[in-house]
Design a protein around this ligand. Structure first.
Ligand code: S3P
Length: 169
């Protein structure tokens, strides 16, 4: 079985996937890490050197390939992957999908640190983050909500989120 985690930047996909992988003794792949391994440079550099469209095409291709895998695994997706992926039906069919929800205020708090690594928000000041995220999340929510389950991560540690996911499996 495949388990996919979707959600906005800072929603905890990577931390939760890593914990899930230990708890379930299951392989874990992170789509952003796969892209970085493939290109041999960081995501922020891919955006800078080759542009977002190049990144999205690669993201699409690698996701499509990973979803064909017969091997059980946990798959954490980058925050924008569901927006640009043109085969959401396959993702929903091939995986138990989870949307990790957090409010814009909470996400802004979490994202204030480490913004430099995230090309879509690195130009924003901490004061601009909450409004940007609120609008962006509003646009993205319909796609995230296509996931089979939504987990409200507000006030939960990544370990508690992982436990909620396990309960639903
Ligand atoms: C993006 C999210 C990032 C990464 C890229 C674009 C987005 O992944 O894929 O910077 O469009 O939301 P995380 O959600 O893991 O930060």
């Amino acid at each position: 079985m495949l388990i996919s985690l979707v959600g906005y930047m800072g929603s905890g996909k990577t931390s939760v996937a890593s914990i899930l992988s230990e708890k379930l003794q299951c392989k874990w792949l992170d789509l952003d890490h796969e892209i970085e391994n493939f290109e041999k440079i960081k995501i922020s550099e891919i955006f800078k050197q080759k542009g977002e469209i190049y990144f999205r095409k690669l993201e699409n291709q690698l996701l499509e390939k990973l979803l064909q895998s017969p091997e059980p695994m946990i798959l954490s997706l980058g925050g924008g992957a569901p927006m640009f992926y043109n085969n959401m039906e396959l993702l929903l069919e091939r995986s138990e999908s989870f949307y990790l929800f957090a409010s814009p205020a909470e996400l802004a708090k979490r994202l204030a640190k480490g913004k430099e690594q995230r090309p879509l928000i690195q130009h924003l000041s901490d004061d601009e983050l909450p409004e940007f995220i609120a609008k962006h999340l509003f646009e993205r929510n319909p796609k995230y909500q296509m996931a089979k389950y939504t987990i409200n991560t507000q006030g939960l540690s990544p370990e508690q989120v992982a436990d909620e996911i396990i309960q639903k499996l």
